[in-house]
Design a protein around this ligand. Structure first.
Ligand code: XIL
Length: 370
């Protein structure tokens, strides 16, 4: 049977595939977002790229990638002066084959530190400055062709109590870490300055979590992050953007207003806003049926991402694509305790799109260019 030409053209022009669960766009979220002037992507674990199912999802859905571990110190410099670019290069090559951009994560963090590093930092400020400079000297030029945007400092601000198992004693507003002990609060300034000195063309991002909720904990975290960013901007430290991790938790309430007000303040400092690690931890007690669970996840994602897009955020990354390949399914600190897995990513464990996928698509369509 031949179809009338008009029908063929209509089918070709409309990016919709008939599917069991209703019409689904054939293109991935990355393409859908790009049509609205938004960059959408995901964290990628290079070890999993050998799995064709995983690689196909990443290729289909993301226009932007971030290494889940390959850009951290423990991966890049496992022994002092011995740099390992193999795992990160796997991602550079994958991204380049699929026309995807890559962002960097992360040049300074208190976790994923190789053992030797803590020992060096304990030797004092000069030593600490030298190892940081040496790391940036090796990593930034090597990745300059592939990575134009780096999380320079990750999670420097201390938590004030709150829902996190990891306790974070503070010195001032900052988390007590080997970097802070070695260099004082100026270590944040130093990291940004050293990065800018080495490459003036990079976008330099400060990345943080715990700032989304409508809780006293998040309110205080927002105040602390704002104080830090204000100080950096006033001191002319070259910070360009705030990365909002957005590891959301449904046990926490959310209201758009305080989150939007915070983001507006950040924008008024001249900084861009990115959502860098979006995923959702469901509540301890979830509704019995999957549809109701997925609706709760989708509603929260739409509210949070919608708010960020409204204040000009144009970059959104999830921390993985499918519930099966997520740290939320593997790490004791964030896993469910009832033997099930969180349904907090756009694809389910079998790789099928969930309401969170549609929620992102709708948020992009509503707050894109127009
Ligand atoms: C996580 C990874 O997903 C895990 O596989 C790893 O074991 C620990 O780090 N905030 C961040 C990310 O900035 O780097 C973290 O990634 C998740 C929390």
């Amino acid at each position: 049977m031949t179809l009338p030409r008009r029908a063929v053209l209509a089918a070709a022009g409309s990016p919709v595939l008939a599917g069991g669960a209703g019409a689904q766009p054939a293109e991935g979220l990355g393409a859908r977002a790009r049509a609205q002037g938004i960059a959408f992507g995901t964290a990628v674990d290079g070890n999993r790229l050998a799995d064709p199912r995983y690689a196909a999802q990443v290729a289909a859905e993301a226009r932007l990638l971030v290494p889940e571990w390959e850009g951290k110190w423990s991966a890049l410099q496992p022994a002092e002066g011995r740099f390992e670019f193999g795992p990160l290069t796997t991602l550079v090559e994958f991204a380049s084959r699929h026309g995807q951009a890559l962002r960097g994560h992360t040049l300074l963090w208190h976790r994923a530190m190789p053992d030797w590093l803590a020992a060096r930092l304990a030797e004092g400020a000069d030593r600490a400055r030298a190892v940081l400079a040496a790391h940036l000297d090796a990593v930034l030029p090597r990745m300059a062709g592939a990575i134009r945007d780096w999380d320079v400092v990750n999670e420097a601000v201390a938590n004030a109590g709150g829902p996190f198992t990891e306790n974070t004693p503070a010195i001032g507003d900052l988390r007590d870490t080997p970097w802070l002990r070695a260099l004082g609060p100026g270590y944040v300034d130093l990291a940004f300055r050293l990065a800018r000195e080495r490459d003036r063309t990079l976008r330099l991002t400060y990345n943080e979590y715990g700032v989304e909720g409508d809780t006293p904990f998040a309110e205080e975290k927002r105040r602390r992050v704002l104080r830090l960013l204000r100080r950096l901007v006033e001191a002319r430290v070259p910070v360009d953007a705030l990365g909002i991790q957005a590891h959301l938790m449904l046990d926490e309430p959310f209201r758009p207003e305080p989150f939007a007000a915070f983001l507006q303040e950040v924008r008024s400092l001249g900084l861009a806003i990115l959502i860098t690690e979006l995923d959702v931890r469901e509540a301890a007690v979830v509704p019995p049926d999957l549809a109701a669970r997925d609706a709760l996840v989708a509603a929260r994602v739409q509210a949070v991402v919608g708010t960020a897009l409204e204040v000009g955020c144009r970059t959104v990354l999830t921390w993985g694509l499918s519930d099966r390949d997520s740290w939320l399914a593997q790490e004791p600190a964030v896993m469910r305790r009832d033997g099930t897995i969180h349904r907090g990513l756009p694809l389910d464990a079998e790789g099928r799109r969930k309401p969170m996928w549609q929620a992102l698509d709708r948020a992009f369509a509503a707050r894109g260019r127009g």
